[in-house]
Write a protein that binds this ligand. Sequence first.
Ligand SMILES: NC(=O)c1ccc[n+]([C@@H]2O[C@H](COP(=O)([O-])OP(=O)(O)OC[C@H]3O[C@@H](n4cnc5c(N)ncnc54)[C@H](OP(=O)(O)O)[C@@H]3O)[C@@H](O)[C@H]2O)c1
Length: 429
Amino acid sequence: QIKLLHIASHLLLCTVLCYIFIYLWGIVMWEACFRRHLSGSSRGTQGSMSAWVIDEYGTNAVLRYAEDVPAPAVSSPTDVLVQVCATSLNPLDLSMRGGYGVRRDPLSLLGGSSEFPLVLGRDVSGVVVDCGVEVTHFGPGDEVWAAVPPWKQGSLAEFVSLSEYEVSHKPQSLSHIEAASIPYVANTALSALVNAGGLSLCFCVCSRVLITGASGGVGTFSIQLLKAWGAHVTVTCSHNAEGLVRGLGADEVVDYTAGDAEQRLETMDRFDVILDNVGGETEQWALTLLKSWSGSKYVTLVTPLLSSTDHMGMLSGGIQAGLTVCDLSQSLLSSGVFYRWGFYAPDGPALDDIRTLVDSGKILPVVEAHFPFSQVPQAFLKLEQGHARGKTVVRVTEEDSSQKDALDLSSPIASGDMEPPGNRSYSQQ
Ligand SMILES: NC(=O)c1ccc[n+]([C@@H]2O[C@H](COP(=O)([O-])OP(=O)(O)OC[C@H]3O[C@@H](n4cnc5c(N)ncnc54)[C@H](OP(=O)(O)O)[C@@H]3O)[C@@H](O)[C@H]2O)c1
């Protein structure tokens, strides 16, 4: 009996010790994970960072440089924290500065939280400084590029936090300044041309595509993408951008300022896809340029969705915008063409495909101007002047300091008189 009791007590002791070991091991592992997440917020970012923020919507005057902006943290297992080397501006930044898309994050608004101070900037080229525990494709030190979703804090800052699925390894052949000019326009063009336009590498050869407003950020990228896919590309732009767009591969160029653009386009063969970067009146005449009853598509990037929701609220604005597109689509059914909206959708794997095209020299960055981080308001002013010829980039770190400091706004290039530049990059500085 005593022997049995002895064995039982030993077993009990072993079981208790096992439980204590498992318990302690659990605590250590939990703490390790927890610390990893905490380290995400502190490592490299030290809790606060420099950024350009806005505290209210308005003109350029609302832009404020601050050094005490809360730094983003790795707050989910799939987060990637990126130190920003360069970013670029898009028309969306001007619109967001003015309050466009103010209701873009319904969840945060339901919670009643303010989005101020708001950091603008939707492009990033930079270096990974920390990752969540489930991130498998990226690690600290990796050079990456990405487009930042509109509901997240932007990249006019030292650090930006992204999901692993939004990030891609940066093309090795590009500097950060050059790389920062591409992600937003690439994700937009891919979303518009592939998801809405039904085009792809396999379904593009010999397709006839018309791009309106081809000399800006989306247009200069789309020309190159479509040429890489084998399409025949016709574009509209003003006369002083003809050299640029032809240099990027456009087959036919129509000067919209000449007065006879519509007539010239009407004499051409009909198109399979039209990518409209201009909107407004363009829609009224360009829709008739599509092939009838052959699945042709009119994809416009100039949609009333966000402005409707801003003015009328999420539900009514969304319904109103939806009814507008339904009406138009129905009226076009009789002519056998499709009408669709295109939207920018951050997508890391899509940028992986673009990296291949960039590194093989099929897509070049088109950088019209670049500004130091201290001159973000000047960069916004440049954007506001319109007549973009590619992209305006902001250098957040100065590792590419061999490049020129700031755009001379009186230069012929800034005013739109430009020739196609050199081989690897359409940098105009
Ligand atoms: N829905 C979305 O998610 C989404 C995403 C990205 C962009 N967008 C919108 O798409 C549009 C294009 O974007 P982007 O980044 O390429 O803009 P951008 O860089 O400002 O380029 C616009 C270009 O269009 C040219 N242009 C102006 N009026 C024209 C006309 N009547 N005919 C032909 N060309 C004209 C401008 O040059 P000139 O004035 O010198 O001719 C400029 O080169 C913008 O309205 C933007 O807001 C929407």
